[in-house]
Design a binder for this molecule. Structure first.
Ligand code: GCB
Length: 626
């Protein structure tokens, strides 16, 4: 899915700002057709933002069900004869969008964009001020990702109708219109999608003998790879007649150009929205000699400019290769060691709402600490973050919101009537939406199809065989992973992934406080994983809750000293194991969770505070990673 851009023929209007807002206390608004009239009893609400932390009333903050957003907009006269689309960067989790009282789109899933063509409605409405209304539900059940369930309590101990949202994942269920809302105009005939894949020849130098790839050895691999030639394969879906594709370098010089004709059309189908138009898929191959490669921390971004008779679209991309072996993860032939974090989109007041200033601070901190990568735990992050990652050279493991598919008390998720065919169908849809959104980002080097699912269950094998094969079918250019809580003995799914990601909390959730058992237990388990699957391993989570400013010698749990010693114990093991290809500390920052006995106002495993200031462990990691 293309990001809305402006150019000679395309225009974008931002609808962010203050909207009207109303909590649907009885969840009756849809039945009562609130969308037909301007909303009543509204309060002002910021978009994009989570609404939860903007209220002072717990009933509003914790509301389970629908809330309503509304604003007006005017379409400029200059957009007459254009195709007009309304687009949401994300709305968490189930959205129904109405234009002037008429439903125009529904979307399930809180972390990916959706859009719809509203041209015809706008043209026929005869109204100047258009009303955009959104009914948004934050309810999670077993048919959506993340999974959850609404629990209703009965009996004399609870007020009548008492219910709350239950979830089996460890972050607050922030809700709202979290990412930008835009309307944009394209020519009537338009470019619908672009897919870019690159192939590289003559990579040098040959790093294949560089072993073992532990953090210490990686430091020796300073030399950047080069290549003789790249073939850029381009697929363009368009209702417009495509005429050329050009590749433009960072100096804005055209490095190659190809004329496109009808002979480049490889497929044609009816446009679902406009049957008078066919969406044709054009395919072209363009060659770049001596390409500048996109490397972690040393990026190069080319632009692919596609020109049709009416429409133009320019997409950034990078040229790089990815390969995995039994012990390595190579980017441009060079072994890559993941240093970084599992993160969250989370901050005070904004919740999960896009905050560009915060993103800049985060990328500056990643640079300061010497991190080269992160995982989008546990859902795809904003498009704006992905663009920053491309530009700043931060490597991304892109994860779908498949989290919470595990009970910690032994109940079955896959055979206990929880996960169903409907869950699977949605999971596959989300994989496809994530791929469609992020496929052209060079920073994305691997897809994660789930975090900590109950992969030891028989049913999980059937389920994840479909999930992994679907992901592989969508993208033949990137490896895939699944992030485990299950151990190597129980795991039933890792035969289908390329890299094993393991979350481990030795001396935290097990043998709490016993730092001296970490080395033994960790090494034994990692060796087992590698012996079973012969695949490289990333420690995708390890960490200890730490209250900033708490100190004690000798170290005890929750102090800054403990967090440092804890990480050190893990690092000693990683540095001995040549199949370990990365360390992602949990977590980048402290973050909000639901209330729980082991959460003192949130998860405190951050290496930085929620306010993005360093704990002692940040200095330790900086020394190690730099
Ligand atoms: C995990 C989860 C993560 C939690 C973390 C913790 O394994 O993947 O979402 O926040 O543990 O701190 O318990």
């Amino acid at each position: 899915m293309l990001y809305p851009i402006e150019n000679k023929v395309r225009e974008v209007k931002n609808l962010n700002g203050i909207w009207n807002f109303r909590i649907d206390t009885d969840n009756a608004g849809i039945e009562q057709k609130w969308y037909e009239q301007p909303l009543t009893d509204v309060v002002p609400m910021a978009v994009p933002a989570s609404y939860n932390d903007l209220f002072t009333d717990a009933r509003l903050k914790e509301h389970v069900g629908y809330v309503w957003y509304e604003r007006e907009f005017i379409v400029p006269d200059s957009w007459t004869d254009k195709r007009i689309v309304v687009r949401f960067g994300s709305a968490t989790h189930h959205a129904r969008v109405y234009l002037d009282g008429i439903e125009v789109v529904r979307h399930k899933g809180g972390f990916l964009p959706f859009e719809t063509d509203i041209t015809e409605l706008l043209e026929t409405s005869g109204i100047e001020n258009h009303r955009l209304t959104v009914a948004l539900s934050n309810v999670l059940d077993w048919t959506c990702l993340p999974c959850g369930e609404v629990i209703t309590e009965e009996g004399s101990k609870y007020p009548e109708g008492y219910h709350y949202q239950e979830s089996y994942f460890d972050f607050y269920n922030y809700s709202g219109i979290h990412r930008p809302v835009k309307i944009y105009a394209t020519p009537k005939n338009y470019i619908r999608d672009i897919t870019i894949k690159t192939e590289v020849e003559g990579l040098s130098p040959d790093f294949s003998d560089e072993k073992p790839v532990t953090i210490k050895d990686y430091k020796k691999l300073e030399e950047l790879p080069t290549a003789n030639k790249a073939t850029v394969k381009v697929w363009v879906e368009s209702t417009d007649e495509i005429q050329s594709v050009k590749i433009i370098d960072e100096n804005n010089e055209i490095v190659c150009e190809k004329e496109i004709t009808q002979s480049n059309v490889i497929d044609s189908l009816k446009d679902a929205k406009d049957s008078s138009n066919d969406v044709e898929t054009y395919f072209a191959e363009v060659e770049v000699t001596n390409p500048k490669l996109w490397n972690p921390g040393a990026t190069y971004l080319y632009k692919l400019c596609v020109e049709g008779k009416e429409d133009i679209y320019t997409e950034e991309f990078g040229i790089r290769t990815i390969e995995t072996t039994d012990k390595q993860f190579k980017i441009n032939g060079k072994p890559f060691y993941f240093k970084g974090f599992g993160r969250h989109e989370d901050s005070d007041i904004h919740g999960k709402g896009l905050d560009e200033a915060l993103n800049i601070r985060d990328f500056n901190l990643l640079d300061w600490i010497g991190a080269n990568s992160f995982r989008t735990s546990h859902y795809p992050y904003s498009e704006e973050q992905m663009m920053l990652a491309d530009r700043e050279g931060i490597v991304v493991i892109d994860e779908v919101p498949a989290v919470g598919m595990c009970f910690w008390d032994g109940q079955s998720v896959f055979a206990g009537g929880k996960v169903s065919d409907e869950t699977l169908e949605h999971h596959l849809d989300v994989l496809s939406e994530m791929y469609q959104r992020d496929k052209n980002h060079p920073s994305v080097v691997m897809w994660s199809v789930a975090n900590e699912a109950a992969t030891h269950e028989e049913g999980a094998a059937l389920y994840f065989e479909k999930v992994t094969s679907t992901m592989k079918g969508l993208d033949d250019t990137r490896p895939i992973t699944i992030v485990h809580t299950t151990g190597p003995d129980g795991d039933k799914v890792s035969q289908w992934v390329d890299v094993i990601c393991v979350n481990r909390y030795y001396a935290w959730y097990n043998d709490h406080g016993h730092l001296d058992v970490i080395g033994l237990q960790l090494k034994e388990e990692m060796d087992k994983w590698h012996a079973k699957y012969n695949k490289p391993i990333i420690m995708s989570e390890y960490g200890a809750d730490t209250i900033a400013g708490y100190h004690k010698l000798p170290a005890v749990a929750f102090t800054e000293e403990f967090q440092c010693e804890y990480l050190d114990e893990y690092h000693k093991v990683f540095d001995q194991l040549e199949y370990m290809i990365g360390e992602h500390v949990w977590a980048y920052c402290d973050f909000q969770t639901k209330q729980g006995l082991n959460r003192v106002d949130g998860n405190k495993k951050g290496v930085f505070t929620r306010n993005r200031q360093p704990k002692a462990a940040a200095h330790l990691l900086r020394k190690r990673w730099k």
